[in-house]
Write a protein that binds this ligand. Sequence first.
Ligand code: C5P
Length: 280
Amino acid sequence: MTFRSYSKINFTLEVGSKRADGYHSLESIVQTISLYDTISIERADNPEIRITCSHASVPTDEKNTVYKIRELFINKYNINKGLRIHIEKNIPSQAGLGGGSGNASYTLLALNRLFGTSLSAEELAELSSHVGSDCPLFIYGGTVFMTGRGEIIKPLKPFPKFYFLIVKPDFSVSTKEAYRKLDERTEIKISDKSSLLVSLNEKNLLTELNIGDYLTNDFELLCKDKTDKIKAILKSKGALCSLLCGSGSCIFGIFPNREKQTEAYNSLRTEYSVFLAESL
Ligand code: C5P
């Protein structure tokens, strides 16, 4: 069985205070996008899991999110079957695109089909949340409103299709460290941008021309100098607006159409690590 494991961007990402369990409460509008890894799963005779990956930097042991979700699944449903799993990586790591989290969730969806366990979306989302806070969003996909520590998902009426160009700068971000740095803020403020975006979309008034007024990401505070430089480059190539992806380090730009997006891609690809994507 071979399937795609998609990535995501956040149109809004606002982080509240640290909770008693160490996680931070947050509000975010998330969109799954067409940039994907390819995962293949084959049953094996001996009850072992073997993971291989096209990228040497991705761990293939118990630190891999696919390994973790498979452990949770077989322990819960007592399925003692071996699996061979191969991950063909396209999504950059430590980039804020949810690549590792998506790998776990899409694998769980596949295991649910492979073993006929018929788990509901709620059950799959709950199980996946034990691997990472932003795993459940991939169970639903599309445009979603994410709250709690990231595990509470409300599917939204899909936003219009946007054409993205994603730039991976030459630095990576540790999510844990980024959240820790946000604790040094003197002021925490959750704006009304998420709810304004939702109501604009409900009225069919949201377009690539006005979405820029509502984009916001608290993590930009931590790497402003570096992101501003890339945002300026994206703007000079025709992006209407741009924002940091998740806790970083990628930056996405939104383009008026596929043509402009492709033009910008071709002009930046020799100098930068760039990726084409569109809303799912
Ligand atoms: O949930 P996940 O394991 O992906 O999160 C990685 C780290 O990011 C956590 O250990 C925590 O330090 C931080 N985090 C947080 N608040 C969230 C999500 C993640 O502090 N809502």
